[in-house]
Design a protein around this ligand. Structure first.
Ligand code: ACO
Length: 332
């Protein structure tokens, strides 16, 4: 059977969760030399949610996963695999997905993490889709969950104002004959800008020493302007080629769910794709950049409030550290 003849996967249900605590731009004015006006004008962010001290990434993932399972009409026992996109797992080892499996009360299904930064959810979606298309698994839970507030330098105004915590999930299952389902996924990595977005210490290359901690080398470092330029270029290209290969025109896309990193990036991508901004699902103002959680958070919001309807064609695209980026076309 050729790949195109194999049954697609379909998103059976979505779910999301953000912690209760809200940190506004005005709160940040008290922490670093910034202003609500600068943050809003340069990024579009007004506030973000921050996890409480006892909350771990898998706790947020669990809440999102339960909601997605409920929406799909399934139980944890129905799952055949769990894939979590995250750069902030509970521990370096084992995987956040293993903690999630435990908290869901199931065992003996493969559960693993994917490290693709902000593109993590779309990487997880693509992997889940492949396992279902191949016939190896029936129901796959894909999650994007990040507790970025733990890995930020709260004295660095160039990064700490951008990010927030949260989780989103989707349950994938076999599609029917009605044309709904994951139409395509495209994954890319270009290591040219490895050093422009990274956490320098804490892996095997550089240990966490008192000097590393002093130099904040265990926290997120980003050259924002480098990333901005490649984000506009690569998100546009990945989205445009997904449309071309699927034989769809921009006007046939009902909704775009973009990674919510910067409103200016999203606006430029919208212009280049020739898709009006009104057809973009936007929640960056309330959540900031939640990395791999950003797309499933926005997707779930638009499904639950009725903007995204069954059979709508939805284009998703994300880019983050690596530089890794991805797009997905889905008929909901
Ligand atoms: N408040 C006030 N001033 C600030 C702040 C702040 N929070 N941050 C920076 N500035 C200052 C800078 O110091 C600079 O001052 P100077 O001109 O005196 O030197 C000035 O503002 C302009 O700084 P720029 O870096 O040029 O600002 P820019 O317009 O590029 O916006 C931003 C910065 C928001 C980071 C933008 O570059 C961006 O969004 N980049 C892409 C982020 C992204 O997509 N990341 C990928 C995903 S993240 C992941 O994978 C985990």
């Amino acid at each position: 059977m050729s790949a195109s003849q194999r049954p697609r996967s379909r998103i059976l249900g979505t779910g999301a969760y953000v912690p209760e605590r809200v940190l506004s731009n005005f709160d940040l004015e008290k922490l670093v030399d910034t202003s609500d006006e600068w943050i809003r004008e340069r990024t579009g962010i007004r506030e973000r949610h921050i996890a409480h001290a006892e909350e771990a990434t898998s706790d947020m993932a669990l809440r999102a996963a339960r909601r997605a399972l409920e929406a799909a009409g399934l139980t944890p026992q129905d799952l055949d695999m769990i894939v979590v996109g995250t750069i902030t797992p509970d521990m370096p080892m084992p995987a956040c997905a293993a903690f999630l499996q435990h908290k869901l009360g199931i065992s003996d299904v493969p559960a693993f993490d994917i490290s693709a930064a902000c593109a993590g959810f779309l990487y997880a979606l693509s992997i889940g889709d492949q396992f279902i298309r191949s016939g190896m698994h029936r129901h796959v839970l894909v999650v994007g969950a990040e507790l970025l507030s733990r890995i930020l330098d709260w004295e660095d105004r160039t990064t700490c104002v951008l990010f927030g915590d949260g989780a989103g999930a989707a349950v994938l299952g076999p599609a029917g004959e009605d044309g709904r389902g994951v139409l395509s996924t495209k994954l890319h990595t270009d290591s040219t800008l490895l050093d422009s977005l990274c956490i320098r210490a804490g892996g095997s290359k550089e240990r966490i020493t008192p000097e590393a901690i002093e130099g904040k080398r265990d926290k997120v470092f980003m050259n924002g302007q480098d990333i901005f330029k490649v984000a506009v270029k690569n998100l546009t290209r990945a989205s445009a080629s997904a449309l071309t290969e699927s034989g769809l025109s921009p006007s046939e896309v009902r909704w775009v769910v973009p990674h919510q990193a910067n409103m200016r990036i999203i606006t430029q991508v919208a212009q280049r794709l020739d898709i009006p901004l009104e057809r973009f699902v936007l929640n960056i103002d309330r959540y900031g950049n939640t990395s791999s959680a950003s797309i499933p958070l926005a997707l779930d919001e638009a499904v639950r409030d009725g903007r995204i309807q069954p059979n709508d064609t939805v284009l998703m695209c994300a880019l983050g550290g690596g530089i890794s980026w991805a797009s997905a076309l889905v008929r909901m």
